[in-house]
Design a protein around this ligand. Structure first.
Ligand SMILES: Cc1cc2nc3c(=O)[nH]c(=O)nc-3n(C[C@H](O)[C@H](O)[C@H](O)COP(=O)(O)OP(=O)(O)OC[C@H]3O[C@@H](n4cnc5c(N)ncnc54)[C@H](O)[C@@H]3O)c2cc1C
Length: 538
């Protein structure tokens, strides 16, 4: 069987499916190839305001109503109650110590809560990827995408004349010719293997292993640590991060009671656990719970709803992201770590960028021009480095909770400023703005500087430094983020509990180059209330 199309996309995670669908809306003839079959489990579930702003822009520009509805928890519940999701009001962090229950020291607890939304209706969601990815594939098919699952691709040949893919589906060989290939295969790394793209992993400082699963019956924080002071939202309706000596654990609660959880472990943290090789994932899981009594209490009686998995290293990075007739989506190009949930937002931003690149070619050559592809690749490379700086420095800062909480303020300052800016400007060209402060002269250098300062304190060996070292670092963070601090962050009077505070935002109107009145007029948009897309722009 020989087929032809304009654009072939390998991999139907949400990114591949949305990419395919947008290109179909733009009039491209698209084939989407998947080696598995939906619905299927996928990891990477927690969204952020920047991810949802990308979804809203895609919705508005390409007439994808469901993307708008899925971009806020309240709208999701109203329109797609059958798609499983979890309410995510913000980012919750706790520091645990081996052999000790998490200590409730009131407002001085090793606890940090940063709200991402003012209330549940406009909040972010955790995506049950089995449902969400299946939904997006279905919508891609409805938009005219030719979707083929259970495909085993064996070869990709890319030349001046185009792309030739060969493979088999259910025992029948096929060949597909395309003008352009987008690799959305994530860590499957389809094109990396086919084109022998060199690894760039040495650019990534972060190293972590992962042990993970989905569980039923995980206890709420209020049951495990009763009497914690009230935070800006209920602690568990968030991306919950448990920092431990060996790394950290994520815990994402879905509305139906299932919790997605996993430990990301540093090489030394994993070595300290002295597990027999090859690692027995359930034994590793039990060993970690046994070391941390509050985690044991939360997860000890929970039932896993799928096998516990283990991945010895989750990082990957390539040296090239585009060619004349191909492009990688971010998860095929690089991945650092789930800390701070950057993956979905980054993936959606890249879908927007490639969509704009194809859009500008739709009436002519029908291939994105080299300049746009080069711009896309340059941004991905700098952004992957920036994500790595954020995460590597966070692992360093885990030596002491005060260092971690201070460093985290840089992330929250950068993304909350970017979010407010995007809500104020609301232009589709924002897709080309850099992720995580890239290209913002005030924000971009902060993470590099923070890495250096933290390394001075921890010496890369988890030294905690003196109380004075930590105070000096926290003071530096407070001053350094000031030009982007529109959320009242790094304020000792808040005791690490940060609500969405629109009064602070209004007070800091000058940081957006706006008058107080102009900012007040924009408050509905800043509250996360964006109008439904009524008119398809194209
Ligand atoms: C432990 C962990 C936790 C994470 N948590 C978060 C989080 O909370 N928030 C967040 O924003 N991000 C998170 N991420 C990142 C997130 O998983 C990714 O950003 C996201 O999955 C990218 O989606 P995608 O559609 O690009 O690729 P993927 O979800 O990786 O999908 C790739 C698809 O390609 C298919 N495929 C692979 N190889 C082939 C092939 N040869 N032929 C055909 N099809 C193929 C696969 O079957 C799959 O369907 C996490 C990542 C990890 C590892």
């Amino acid at each position: 069987m020989i087929g032809r199309c304009e654009v072939a996309i390998v991999g139907s995670g949400f990114a591949g499916s949305l990419m395919a669908r947008v290109l179909a809306v733009l009039g491209y003839d698209v084939v989407l190839l998947e080696r598995g079959k939906h619905p299927r489990f996928a990891i990477g579930e927690s969204t952020t305001p920047l991810a949802n702003l990308s979804l809203e822009r895609l919705a508005r520009r390409y007439g994808l109503d469901d993307c708008y509805q899925l971009a806020a928890h309240g709208r999701w519940l109203e329109h797609f109650p059958e798609l499983r999701r979890g309410l995510k009001r913000g980012f919750t962090f706790y520091r645990h110590h081996p052999g000790e229950a998490f200590a409730n020291h009131g407002l001085d607890s090793e606890r940090l809560l940063v709200a991402a939304s003012p209330h549940a209706a406009v909040s972010d969601s955790h995506w049950m990827r089995a449902d969400v990815d299946d939904h997006f594939v279905g919508r891609a098919i409805d938009a005219g995408v030719d979707y083929r699952d259970l495909v085993e691709l064996t070869k990709a040949e890319i030349g001046l004349g185009g792309v030739r893919l060969t493979g088999a589906r259910e025992g029948a060989a096929f060949e597909l010719r395309a003008n352009f290939l987008i690799d959305a295969s994530g860590p499957g790394g389809f094109l990396a293997r086919q084109l022998a793209i060199a690894s760039g992993l040495e650019r990534t400082a972060t190293r972590s292993a992962l042990v993970f699963s989905h569980f039923d019956g995980v206890r709420l924080t209020a049951e495990v640590v009763p009497g914690l002071p009230e935070g800006p939202y209920p602690d568990d309706w968030a991306a919950v991060h448990h920092i431990i000596d060996e790394g950290w654990m994520y815990s994402l609660r879905f509305d139906d009671g299932v919790t997605s959880a996993g430990f990301a472990l540093t090489p030394s943290g994993l070595a300290d656990l002295k597990m027999a090789q090859p690692v027995d994932a359930p034994a590793l899981w039990r060993a970690l719970l046994a070391r941390y009594p509050s985690l044991e209490r939360a997860f000890g009686d929970a039932k896993r709803v799928m096998p516990i998995g283990f991945v010895p290293r989750i990082q990957h990075r390539l040296t090239q992201a585009v060619g004349d007739r191909w492009a990688l989506l971010p998860h095929a190009y690089a991945f650092v770590d789930p800390l701070f949930s950057t993956g979905i937002a980054w993936g959606l931003r890249a879908v927007e960028r490639l969509a704009l690149a194809f859009e500008s070619a739709a009436g002519g050559r029908r291939l994105p021009d080299r300049g746009q592809l080069a711009r896309y690749e340059t941004l991905l490379a700098v952004e992957a480095d920036q994500i790595d700086r954020l995460v590597a420095a966070s692992y360093d800062a885990m030596a002491h909770f005060d260092l971690f909480a201070a460093h985290a303020m840089i992330y929250f300052a950068i993304v909350s400023y970017a979010e407010a800016h995007q809500r104020l400007v609301a232009s589709d060209s924002l897709a080309w703005s850099g992720f995580l402060g890239v290209g913002d002269t005030q924000a971009e250098p902060l993470l590099r500087e923070s890495c250096a300062r933290l390394c001075d304190i921890t010496k890369g060996t988890r030294l905690t430094g003196s109380a004075e070292d930590r105070r000096r670092y926290a003071n530096w963070v407070r001053e350094a983020i000031a030009p982007r601090n529109v959320a009242g962050l790094a304020d000792p009077l808040r005791h690490n509990l940060y609500p969405v505070d629109l009064d602070v935002l209004v007070d800091r109107h000058a940081l957006f180059g706006m008058s107080r009145d102009q900012l007040v007029a924009a408050l509905p948009a800043l509250r996360g209330v964006t109008p439904a897309p009524t008119v398809q722009v194209l």
